[in-house]
Write a protein that binds this ligand. Structure first.
Ligand code: ADP
Ligand code: MG
Length: 400
């Protein structure tokens, strides 16, 4: 399927025998204080692109960041364990340069034979990466004949490896991960089947106020849960007890509710919640009306009445975007609302259902329903910017 605005899929690029720089997102989590990768999903996700390139005898140069070294060499943030894991998965040798750019990197790249892989060291070891410095971008570009971006999670950043270097490379395109993201997320911006319902939740209004505001111009209804809902409930004059509320965001919340009614977007907030005085497993919890949250309690999940309403709204939707869990889903006791939303998306076979956000992706995987929705985005911030209709620098750079 062709990608929007003439962006080429890696399958359309003449990669045979060429040096192909692939920007990947290998910012993987580690077991605390060790070099053991705790979840290699981001490495696994790039295998279709890598296998495609290996099979065609491309000379692959991988570039990624890991953590936040802030332009300094931090040995504990070396990509060495990542290169080792990838080598193990693919059963091939992978040469890791000892720096992101420079003589060492050039040597590793020039030693490549057809079908081999070299990895540059953590790109953010160089201050030029995040500064999108032109000299650094040119250095990276000098290692490649073709540029492929397969790192959707960093596409909202204009860095040297995601944006700056692209104009200095002859050919460019999207890898399999990036292409699928563009394909599905673009469908939320075009001619969509209605009603279009957005479900927003998670921890903070402040993280997501821009996306909330932007969605008002696109959706028919917005369903709000999670800690984010607390701020809206308080904005409506309810007492939230000891719940997480962002007091400084009350004006934003009121403003949003007013704009929503002006634009005829229906906003659904929790009418009942599950409260507890603590997150401990042995402290009791109960269902209360959103009007009657006890002073010493916290709202930690949406209640059964709210679940019924949200399920009806989602069942009637023909397009759904979901970001942010409905409660403290990490605790089974407060995961019911989030699981019910995941189930409602999975059960709606008529709708395009897209899930975005790190915790939201974890939640739908935990519910065992990740393969029952249309698309689970690997990007947190990037997917939120995309659904707002913003032009992501990493995607803009791939256009002809
Ligand atoms: P995402 O990563 O999908 O964008 P967020 O990071 O915004 O989601 O929010 C996820 C976090 O919000 C989870 O750690 C969850 O425990 C927390 N959360 C959700 N509801 C509540 C609540 N009612 N009270 C406190 N924390 C909550
Ligand atoms: Mg999160």
């Amino acid at each position: 399927m062709p990608l929007p605005s003439g962006i080429k899929h890696v399958e359309e690029l003449p990669v045979e025998g060429k040096r192909v720089f692939v920007r990947v997102d290998y910012n993987v989590p580690f077991e605390k204080g060790t070099k053991k990768i705790s979840d290699d999903a981001r490495i696994q996700a790039t295998l279709p692109t890598l296998r495609h390139l290996i099979d065609r005898g491309a000379r692959i140069v991988l570039g990624s960041h890991l953590g936040r070294p802030d332009g300094q060499v931090k040995p504990e943030l070396s990509l060495e364990p990542v290169a080792a894991r990838l080598a193990e998965i693919l059963q091939i040798d992978i040469a890791l340069a000892d720096e992101p750019a420079g003589d060492g990197a050039r040597k590793v790249v020039s030693d490549l034979r057809d079908g081999q892989i070299a990895m540059l060291e953590n790109l953010r070891f160089s201050p030029g990466e995040e500064a999108n410095d032109e000299a650094f971008a040119r250095q990276l570009a000098s290692y490649a004949d073709i540029y492929v971006n397969d790192a959707f999670g960093t596409a909202h950043r204009a860095h040297a490896s995601t944006a700056g270097m692209v104009k200095f490379v002859g050919e460019k395109g999207a890898g399999f991960v990036m292409a699928k993201e563009i394909d599905f997320l673009s469908r939320l911006l075009g001619d969509i089947d209605r009603p279009y319902v957005a479900v927003l939740g998670g921890s903070k209004v402040s993280d997501k106020i821009e996306v909330l505001d932007a969605l008002l111009d696109r959706v028919n209804a917005i369903v709000i849960g999670g800690a984010m809902a607390n701020t809206f409930l308080e904005a409506q004059g309810k007492s939230l007890g000891k719940s997480k509320v962002e007091r400084e965001r009350l004006p934003n919340a009121r403003n949003f509710l007013r704009k929503a009614s002006e634009k005829n977007v229906t906003v659904y907030l929790p009418t009942d919640v599950i409260v507890s005085t603590s997150l401990d497993d042995d402290t009791g919890s109960k269902v209360v009306s959103a009007d009657q949250i006890p002073a010493e309690s916290m709202a930690l999940d949406i209640g059964p009445g709210t679940i019924e309403t949200f399920k009806k709204v989602l069942g009637a939707a023909r397009t759904v975007f979901w970001n942010g869990p409905m409660g403290v889903f990490e605790k089974p006791k407060f995961a019911g609302g989030t699981n019910a939303i995941a189930r409602a998306l999975a059960d709606n076979k008529l709708a395009l259902t897209v899930v975005g956000g790190g915790d939201s992706a974890a939640a739908i995987a935990q519910a065992g329903l990740a393969d029952r929705v249309s698309h689970v985005s690997t990007g947190g911030g990037a997917s939120l910017e995309f659904v707002q209709g913003l032009d992501l620098p990493g995607i803009a750079a791939l256009r002809p």
